[in-house]
Design a protein around this ligand. Structure first.
Ligand SMILES: Cc1cc2nc3c(=O)[nH]c(=O)nc-3n(C[C@H](O)[C@H](O)[C@H](O)COP(=O)(O)OP(=O)(O)OC[C@H]3O[C@@H](n4cnc5c(N)ncnc54)[C@H](O)[C@@H]3O)c2cc1C
Length: 563
C-alpha cells in the first residue's frame, strides 16, 4: 500500500485527477459528484478502488472533462500497483523491450535528448549474456555513417571487426568485382560482440536502467485499452513473480520473433512472409576470391551463398535454402552447394561442416505498416525487426534499424508530453515517411535481388544472367546498384531505374549474346541466336518483362500504400 501511495503521489496531479477519476458501479451518482468536485485524495481513491474493484468508468462525463482518459490511465496504474502488495512497480518516461540492435541504440540515443528533466528510460532484455547468432554480422557503409551519427562508432572498435570494401559476385565460376564507391567501407564482426558493445553504451548512458527480465505481457488500461507498461519476470534465481513496469510510452524492439507484433498492430498488422532460410557455419582461415569483400555465389538449383569475413580468422558462410528444407542439410551443402563454390573454399567448408554446428534462421519479409493509426494500439510503438523486415541477402537490417533510431530520436526530442498519444501519433506518421528513402530502397532491393539471385524459373534465370552482365559493364551499372545496397544512395526512384535497366538489358542479352546450345553429338557450343529464333525470343522477352514487373511493382506497392 505504501508503495502504491508513493506511486500515486508521483504520477497524480491532484487537481486534475480529483475532478473526474473513477465512477463506481454502486453509488455512482454520489461517487461522481464527489470525485468531480472534491480535491483529489489518493488514499480515498485507492480505498474506493479496493472496495469496488469492478468499476464502471464509462459514465464519467467525458465532454466536461477532456483529459479524463489520461487521468483514468494514471489512476489505473496506481490501482494495479495497489491490487497486489507483493508486486513491484516502477514508473519511467519510456520503456524499451529488447536490448538488441534497435533497443540498445535507441536507449542510448533517447538518453542524450536535452530536456529540463532528463528522460527516465528502462531497457528490458531477457538475456544480457553475449548472444551467439548468425544474424547482423555485416554492417554496410551507410550503417557505419549512422552509427557515427548516434555517437556509437566506437562499438565496432576492439571487437576484431574486419573492414569490407565491397562485393564479389560469382556466376558459373566467373567473378565480378563490385567495390563500394569512393573508398567507403563497411565492416564484418561477430554479432554478439557488437551487441555487447551497444549494450555497454546503453548501460553507461545517463538515466538508462538496464534490467535483465523477460517481458511476458503488455499492461493495458481496462477502459481505453491504451498500453501503460509491461509485466516482466527478472532473470534471477527463483524469480517467478512478475513485476510491473509503467511508462508514458512503451517501445517494443523484441526482434524478428516478436511476441507483441500482432497485439500492437491489431488489424493494421501483416504476417511476415518467410522467403527462405539461411543456414550458417563459420569457416576458419578461408580465402575469399577478393579478400575483405563480401562474396555472393549464384548457385544453380538453389538460393545464393553469402560469405564475408567477421574476424581475422573467421568467415561466415550463409547458404540460402528454400522450403521444404532438406532433411540432411550437411549432405545438401556438401553434395549440391560446395561443388559450385570457388575451389579455394572447399577444404574450409568441409572442415566447418565436420566441426561446427549448423544453425539456421528464417529469412522473412515484413513490409512496414503505419503505426499510430486507429487500428494500432495506443501508448506503444514497434521498432526494428518486430515491425519491418527485409531479406538479409543485402545485409541491410541493422542499417535500417539505426536509421529508424536517428529519425525517431530527432522527432521525439520535440515531444513535450510522452503520454499525449495525439502528439506521438502525428510523430509516427512523420517517422513512417521520413524513413522511407532508405528503408524502402533497402527493403525493395533485398527482396527483388533475392528473387533474381535465387531464380527458380526460366524468366528469373534470364534476369539473373542479365543482372550479372549488367554488373560486368562497370561504371554506373556497378556504382549505382552498390550505392543503393550500401545505403550511400537512398532513393527508390534510382532503384526503379536500375532494376528496369537490368530487365531491358537482360532482354538485349538474350538477343545479342551467345548462349550454350547442345549439338547433335552431345557437345556444348556457344551460339548467338539467328533471325529464326526471334519470334520465340520476342515471346520470351514479354515474359521476362512481365516477370520483372511482378517482382518489383508489388514490392513498391508495399512501401507506397499510405493506410
Ligand atoms: C540470417 C540473418 C542474417 C542477417 N544478417 C545481417 C547482416 O549481415 N547485416 C545486417 O545489417 N542485418 C542482418 N540481418 C538482420 C538483422 O539481424 C536485424 O535487422 C537486426 O538484428 C534487428 O534488430 P532488432 O533490435 O530489431 O532485433 P534483435 O537484434 O534480434 O534484438 C531483439 C532483442 O529483444 C530481446 N527480446 C526478445 N523478446 C524479449 C522479451 N520478451 N523480453 C525481453 N527481451 C526480449 C532479444 O533477446 C534481443 O536481444 C540478418 C538477419 C537474418 C535473419
Amino acid at each position: 500500500m505504501l508503495l502504491a501511495l508513493v506511486t500515486i503521489g508521483e504520477i497524480a496531479s491532484p487537481a486534475s485527477i480529483a475532478r473526474h477519476v473513477l465512477v463506481w458501479r454502486t453509488n455512482r451518482k454520489l461517487a461522481t459528484q464527489r470525485l468531480c468536485s472534491a480535491p483529489f485524495e489518493p488514499t480515498q481513491a485507492l480505498m474506493m478502488a479496493r472496495a469496488e474493484p469492478e468499476r464502471d468508468l464509462s459514465s464519467c462525463r467525458r465532454e466536461q472533462h477532456p483529459d479524463i482518459e489520461e487521468n483514468i490511465q494514471k489512476v489505473e496504474r496506481a490501482v494495479m500497483v495497489s491490487s497486489d502488495s507483493k508486486m513491484w512497480s516502477t514508473t519511467y518516461d519510456i520503456l524499451i523491450v529488447g536490448a538488441g540492435i534497435a533497443g540498445s541504440s535507441l536507449a542510448h540515443a533517447l538518453s542524450s535528448i536535452p530536456r529540463a528533466k532528463p528522460l527516465r528510460i528502462c531497457l528490458l532484455e531477457r538475456s544480457l549474456a553475449e548472444p551467439d547468432r548468425i544474424v547482423g554480422e555485416l554492417l554496410q557503409p551507410g550503417g557505419i555513417a549512422l552509427l557515427e551519427k548516434l555517437g556509437l562508432a566506437s562499438c565496432v572498435k576492439g571487437i576484431d571487426a574486419t573492414p569490407a570494401y565491397g562485393y564479389c559476385v560469382v556466376l558459373d565460376g566467373k567473378p565480378v568485382h563490385i567495390p563500394y564507391p569512393n573508398n567507403r567501407a563497411g565492416c564484418g564482426f561477430h554479432h554478439g560482440r557488437f551487441i555487447q558493445a551497444l549494450r555497454a553504451k546503453a548501460k553507461a548512458a545517463p538515466n538508462v536502467e538496464v534490467v535483465e527480465a523477460t517481458v511476458s505481457e503488455l499492461i493495458e488500461c481496462s477502459m481505453t485499452k491504451r498500453v501503460l507498461g509491461v509485466r516482466a519476470t527478472r532473470k534471477e534465481e527463483n524469480a517467478v513473480e512478475k513485476e510491473t513496469f509503467f511508462a508514458d510510452l512503451t517501445i517494443v524492439a523484441d526482434g524478428c520473433f516478436s511476441n507483441f507484433r500482432s497485439a500492437v498492430m491489431g488489424q493494421a498488422g501483416v504476417k511476415p512472409e518467410v522467403k527462405s532460410h539461411f543456414v550458417g557455419v563459420i569457416l576458419e582461415d578461408a580465402n575469399l576470391p577478393i579478400p575483405k569483400h563480401g562474396t555472393v555465389v549464384l548457385v544453380k538449383g538453389s538460393g545464393p551463398v553469402l560469405l564475408y569475413q567477421i574476424a581475422e580468422h573467421d568467415t561466415r558462410m550463409l547458404v540460402d535454402v528454400k522450403a521444404p528444407l532438406p532433411s540432411d542439410l550437411k549432405g545438401h551443402i556438401l553434395n549440391n552447394i560446395m561443388p559450385q563454390l570457388p575451389s579455394a573454399l572447399h577444404i574450409p567448408v568441409q572442415r566447418a561442416l565436420e566441426n561446427d554446428r549448423l544453425r539456421r534462421m528464417p529469412n522473412s519479409f515484413l513490409p512496414p505498416a503505419q503505426q499510430g493509426g486507429q487500428h494500432t494500439k495506443e501508448g506503444v510503438i514497434l521498432v526494428g525487426d518486430s515491425w519491418n523486415m527485409r531479406h538479409p541477402l543485402t545485409g541491410g537490417g541493422m542499417m535500417c534499424a539505426f536509421n529508424d533510431v536517428v529519425i525517431l530520436r530527432r522527432l521525439l526530442a520535440d515531444v513535450h508530453d510522452f503520454s499525449d498519444w495525439k502528439e506521438i501519433s502525428q510523430l509516427l506518421h512523420s517517422w513512417h515517411w521520413q524513413r522511407k528513402p532508405l528503408a524502402a530502397t533497402v527493403n525493395i532491393l533485398s527482396v527483388a535481388l533475392y528473387d533474381l539471385f535465387g531464380a527458380d524459373d526460366e524468366s528469373l534465370a534470364v534476369l539473373r544472367t542479365g543482372c550479372f552482365k549488367y554488373f560486368e559493364r562497370g561504371g554506373d551499372c556497378v556504382e549505382g546498384p552498390v550505392s543503393l545496397l550500401s545505403g550511400i544512395i537512398a532513393s527508390p526512384a534510382v532503384l526503379f531505374r536500375h532494376f528496369f535497366a537490368v530487365a531491358f538489358y537482360s532482354i538485349w542479352v538474350m538477343f545479342t549474346h551467345s548462349h550454350p546450345v547442345s549439338t547433335a553429338d552431345g557437345k556444348i557450343v556457344h551460339v548467338v541466336p539467328g533471325w529464326d529464333a526471334y519470334p520465340y525470343l520476342i515471346i520470351k522477352s514479354i515474359q521476362v518483362f512481365w516477370t520483372a514487373c511482378i517482382v518489383f511493382l508489388p514490392l513498391m506497392w508495399t512501401e507506397v500504400r499510405w493506410w
